[in-house]
Design a protein. Structure first.
Length: 241
């Protein structure tokens, strides 16, 4: 049985070399696109950051063109599109169209791979941050992020997103615990692209606990794209996105 399968597989490879090469090329392009996304996040020079993300976008588009069924390729494109939008930051017709395209790539990722934890983490963060008119839903967002944490305990983005939501809802102790755990993970694994966001969350939540102040949801749930598409950290993720 196994021999027959290997023979059939060999015949398929011989009959479809272009398909095999396309898949291999798509994987390589996807990895390169994610490298650009990561390098752009840690770069402090604005022009260099834009260059990384634009190159990452181009690589992601090539990867998707070669293999439209690759969830990782769509996610890599989503990552770079999102970072470019965050840099742009201005509300315009172009940015609205860019946001729609970015979300289409995220949704396509989940359509292909519903259990894609990076994409699930990003989707959960968007559900928390977006207004209801744009599809936001805090309850669904929290449940999705809690599921990501259950499956990927090292997820930094899920912790930070939940911490912001909990703090905005007055659950300060839970928020501080999540943000502190995220910061510990970041420092232990030297995930420098997450450090500013985690330190900000820990500091803000600590101040609210000390002062006993109410927290405006706008402080923690502003529709910033800072890290909402940065997914969980896991050993099998090539670049721990």
């Amino acid at each position: 049985m196994k021999r027959a399968f290997l023979i059939l597989l060999g015949c398929w490879v011989l009959a479809n070399p272009e398909s095999l090469l396309a898949q291999q090329s798509s994987r390589s392009l996807t990895q390169d696109a994610m490298t650009e996304c990561h390098d752009g996040r840690v770069d402090r020079d604005l022009a260099s950051r834009v260059g990384h993300f634009e190159q990452g976008q181009a690589l992601g588009e090539q990867a998707v063109a070669l293999d439209d069924r690759s969830a990782d390729a769509h996610f890599a494109l989503f990552c770079n599109l999102g970072e470019l939008m965050r840099i742009d930051g201005e509300l315009s017709l172009t940015s609205v169209m860019g946001f729609r395209r970015m979300m289409n790539e995220l949704d396509r990722t989940l359509e292909i791979a519903p259990d894609h934890l990076d994409a699930m983490s990003a989707k959960g963060a968007f559900l928390l941050r977006l207004p209801s008119l744009l599809g936001g839903n805090r309850e669904k967002g929290e449940k999705l992020l809690q599921y990501v944490l259950l499956k990927s305990p090292q997820s930094v983005n899920a912790r930070l997103s939940l911490a912001k939501s909990y703090c905005a809802d007055g659950r300060h102790s839970e928020a501080l615990s999540l943000a502190s755990e995220a910061l510990d993970l970041i420092q232990a694994h030297q995930w420098d692209d997450f450090t500013p966001e985690a330190e900000k969350s820990v500091g803000a939540t600590s101040r609210q606990l000390r002062q006993g102040e109410l927290v405006s949801p706008a402080v923690f749930l502003a529709p910033s794209l800072k890290s909402c598409y940065l997914g969980p950290r896991s050993e099998d993720a090539p670049l721990h996105t």
